[in-house]
Every structure is written in C-alpha cells, then in structure tokens.
Design a protein around this ligand. Sequence first.
Ligand code: AKB
Length: 404
Amino acid sequence: MQHCRLISQASAQRRRLRVIPRTQITAGISMPVLRTLSKVARQALLSTPGCGCQPLTVAVRNISFSPRQVTSDASFHSVSFSETDHPKVLITGGLGQLGVGLAKLLRKRYGKNNVILSDIRKPPSNVFHSGPFIYSDILDYKNLREIVVNNRITWLVHYSALLSAVGEANVSLARSVNITGLHNILDIAAEHGLRLFVPSTIGAFGPTSPRNPTPDLCVQRPRTIYGVSKVHAELMGEYYHHRYGLDFRCLRYPGIISADSMPGGGTTDYAVQIFHDAIKTGKFECNLKPDTRLPMMYIDDCLRATLEVMEAPADSLSMRTYNINAMSFTPDELAQELRKQMPELQVTYDVDPVRQTIADSWPMNFDDSNARRDWGWKHDYDLPELVQTMLNYFGAETRMAHIN
Ligand code: AKB
C-alpha cells in the first residue's frame, strides 16, 4: 500500500504542477520536484512487483520526463502558432520522390525560410541552395526535438519511409524506419502541438479488401511490411487525434508519377521508369504483367492534395485518413498512350514475382468521394495529360542538354 500512496501523492502533486506552463517547467523551475517524485514513484513500483496498482502507472509515467510519454489530459493545440501566421514546416525524408517538390510548393506559399527540408543523406547542391536543409534522423528523438524547438516548427510532413518492394527485401529496417520512426514522429508532434501529415498508400489494403473500387473504410489486411506499417500509422495517428487532440492528417496516395525525382523501391515504380527508358532507348522492360491495374497520380496533383488537406479547416474533415485518386491504368494502357507520341516504343515483360504479388493484392481503383465531398479534392491530370506533361518535361530536358 505504501507505494500506492506514494503514487497517488505523486499524481496529486503532478495535478497541482500541471498549471505551470511548459516553458517554465523546461526552464527548470519545477524540474527537481518532478524528478524526485518520478524517481520515488518509479522505485516504489519497481520494488513491489504484481502490486495490482496498474491503473496508476499512467500517472507515474506522466511525471517522468521521457519524451515518449504523453499526459492523458494534455492539450496539444499549439500556443505559439496562430492560424493567421505562416506555418513553420519540417519535411522528413525530404530527399525522396516527393520532398523537394513539396518544399518548392510550400515555400512559394509560406516563404522560403518557413519550410525546412531534412534527411539523413547529403543533399545535391541545387537542393541545398534552394532553401533551408538540415540533417534529421527520425530514429533519434533528441535530434528531432532539437530541430522542432530551435526552428519553432508548427507543421510536420513525415515522408521518411521504406516503400513496398524494398521493404520486403529488408523487413527489419522497414519495421524500424516505418514503425519506430513513426512513434517518434507522433510523440514529437503531440509534445509540441504540431499539425502532422503522414502519407498512407494504396498499399495499406490487401487481398481481402474490395479492389474495384476500394472505399476509405473496409477490411485492411495488407501482406507487406510497408502496408502493415501504414495501417499502423493510420490507426496510431487517429488514436493520438482522439486521445490527445493531435492534429493528424493522412492521405492514402496512389502510385505517384514524377519527372524530376525518382521513387525508390516501390511496386508502382514502373510507371515512372517507362518514361526514362522510352526517352533514352525507345524500349522498356516492365516488371508487372500488362493487365495489372493500379491507381496512379501525377506528382503535382499529389502535392497540391497534401497542401489542401493541411490547410483544410479542421471542422471540414469528417475523417483523418482519406483516399485520393486521379486515374487508374495498366502497363499496357500506359504504353498505348505513350505510343500515340512515340509509335516506335517497344515494351516487353519480365515479371518480378514479389512486385506482381504485391500489385495483385492492391486496389485497382480508389474511391475518393469522401475527400472530394469534405475538402473539395479534385485532380487535374488524367492519363493523356500525364503522358503529355512527362514527355514535355523530358523533351525540354533533352533540348537543354543539346544546347549545353
Ligand atoms: C509503392 O509502390 O510502394 C508506393 C506506393 C503505392 O505506396 N509507390
């Protein structure tokens, strides 16, 4: 009983301390008191196993200063960020397929210095010189906290993740980046009252989900570590939203097609690679069967959707995780559209069984009617515009190369 009393004293003390603003606590004014209470309570718990005081462990954990603990009554709406200010945005995994493009879009809107790209890799010089870039390791909580505090971050876009095919090749790394990393991101966002965007994917569905079309809410039993980690992210984000008021926003992206950035290790990568190979060699070897239908989207639509859902008033969001879609095609249909402008294009098929199995378990078409209704989602690019835009980009690039 002795330790139970200590715990309740600790909880009562903590309740009194709760009125102290976070800044004062971190400035050290109450730190010694809290540390002592935390230590005493923890010792009491540890010295008496199986005490039957389980419900109180929540209070004990709360007085600890572990960054991973979130108080049950915390209000996570930022005190320092007013909706009229520009957000201060941090993008993790910034050197992947989407980060640089998103930074460009957000910088145009909120100002160059208000958007920080980050990654663990060294940026190419054009990225480094186009706006703030810093090192951030999502597996290092202290590093994340330092960045958020020092830069007064208010929005976090979490792009670090291993994609579907590469995840299957390295499950333990995918588990650590996609799941442990996400836990750090959720905690840092909750701790600092950030608005958090985490992308999910068509890969969050599996063979038992309805595939044509796939609605927002249905059975989700993915068979890849990538898919499992994304369902986990959706559920954890929504849990933190309901439990702690975290402003979590999530879109399930289709396969994204971009000209100036490459995806890395996904199942839908063929739809980007075909353009590069077609332009360079006039040939393409596809690793999926010709009739494999998957939802796809041009990168500009994807980035705009991300901006729009981040800016959407909270009361317009009836859900926190939305499907978004633009088009849906097979490798054969994409090749046919390309052949309208490159009649000589030769496409052959050498199916990769890992990717094919993944693709066969994913949606063929996405129902995004909730996003269209709630926050006005509307795509601009269908297949013909996508192909034209990609070819224009590569055409301009080739002309530039010739001039130089
Ligand atoms: C992948 O293919 O893994 C990704 C995705 C659809 O999430 N592009």
